[in-house]
Structure formats: C-alpha cells, structure tokens
Write a protein that binds this ligand. Structure first.
Ligand code: B16
Ligand code: MG
Length: 216
C-alpha cells in the first residue's frame, strides 16, 4: 500500500524552467552565443553545474573551473532575482489541490528537487507547510537518475521505498524513482515518460483513485 507521495518541484508544482532558460540564455548571450527553448529541455532536472557544462559545450566555449564557478554564480543571481517575484498564482493547475488531497487522505508528502533554490520558491508560493519533508539540492550529493534525493525523502518520512509514489516531469527523475524501488507518475508526455507506472499531463488530471491503482 502507498503511504507517501514525493514531488519534484520544477515542472510538477511550478514551472520555473522559463526562468532558468531566461537566466542561462542571458549568460550564453554574454558569451557570444545563443540556444533554443528546445535545447533547454535537456536542462530539466539537471544540476546547475552540469547545466553550465552542457551550455558551454553547445556554444563551443571552454572555461576553467574557477571561471565556471563565477558563471554559475552569475546565472543564479539573475535566476534568484526572477523567482523573488513569484506568487501562488504560478502554482501549476491542480498541484496544490492534489498535495492537499493526499494529506487529507493520511498520506505523507515530501519534496524531492535538484534545486538549491527550492525553499525560496516554496516560500513564495506558500506551500512550505504542505510537505512533511523537504529534500532539495542543498541536501543531496548525487543528481537524478541517482535515487538519493527520493531515498532521503522516504527515510525522513519513515516509510519504505516501495510505499512511495514519485511525481516527476523529467526522465532522469522517473529513472531515479525506479532505481530507488519506488512507483512513479510521469507529468508530461507518454512518449518521453513511458517508463513511469502512469503518465498524466498535469496534477489536475491526478486523483486518489488513480494513485491507488498505481499502488496495486
Ligand atoms: P538550481 P527540479 C531542477 O529542479 C531544474 O529542473 C533544473 O533545470 C535546475 O538546473 C536544477 O533544478 C538546479 O536548480 O540552480 O536552482 O539549484 O526539476 O529537480 O525541481
Ligand atoms: Mg522537474
């Protein structure tokens, strides 16, 4: 039986990908090149350091480790400025309701995100109190598809991995759930997230009945 739901942040609860894209693009432009929103898809669920490596390779630019640290810090300053203006209106349709439904049904809830800015975002959208555990980029050392982020979430909630369902928009996140021995629900397109136990277009399509089926 399912005892807990673990939620990714970017792409599941909010759509911060557009802010990441704007900030990374500004950085790329300052280095003399550009990249498309299509390329940006490859950065979803990927850590800050790895994202920068990918972007620099697209631009054919090489930088020392020290330079890369400065560039990542610059991008993050721009990103943090943008998310500082976020409001609860930016919560994705049905996301808050479904998390509340889970809690009302007696299930535990946790956040499992690669982002070091998760806490800022949860505060801006007023959802900090809806999670029993918050595991973010400041608490993990291994990026998805490693299951560390979700295993830590299960541990903090006091539940077994097989009692958890992970909600993820990135293929690396679904793979992390599988690697951790958890069930998963993909948020997005079945073409991309086919490995999940169920795929829905958004949390507005999710119900406790569907959750029970995933647990069977
Ligand atoms: P930060 P998630 C991920 O969030 C984003 O999808 C990814 O684009 C970003 O690079 C990563 O967080 C790190 O974010 O720079 O704020 O630490 O999907 O795991 O919630
Ligand atoms: Mg995501």
């Amino acid at each position: 039986t399912i005892k807990a739901c673990l939620f990714d942040l970017d792409g599941v609860i909010v759509d911060t990908a557009i802010y990441h894209y704007k900030a990374w693009r500004r950085l790329a432009n300052s280095l003399g090149f550009d990249f498309t929103e299509h390329d940006n898809e490859k950065l979803k669920g990927v850590s800050r350091v790895r994202s920068l490596e990918l972007i620099l390779s697209w631009g054919g630019v090489s930088k020392t480790t020290e330079e890369q640290e400065l560039l990542a810090t610059q991008k993050n300053e721009w990103y943090v400025e943008m998310i500082s203006h976020m409001t609860p209106a930016e919560i994705l349709p049905g996301a808050k309701q479904f998390v509340e439904d889970c809690r009302a049904a007696g299930l535990k809830t946790a956040l499992g995100s690669a982002s070091k800015n998760s806490m800022t975002i949860l505060e801006k959208i007023n959802m900090v109190n809806l999670f029993d555990a918050i595991i973010d980029g400041t608490k993990v050392s291994k990026a998805k598809p490693d299951p560390e982020v979700f295993l830590k979430g299960a541990e903090e909630l006091g539940v077994k991995p097989e009692e958890c369902v992970v909600f993820e928009d990135a293929i690396a996140g679904i793979e992390a759930a599988i690697a951790g021995g958890m069930k998963s629900v993909g948020i997005g397109s079945p073409d991309v997230l086919g490995k999940a136990n169920l795929v829905v277009s958004g949390l507005s399509e999710m119900t406790l009945d569907k959750l029970e089926d995933v647990g069977k």
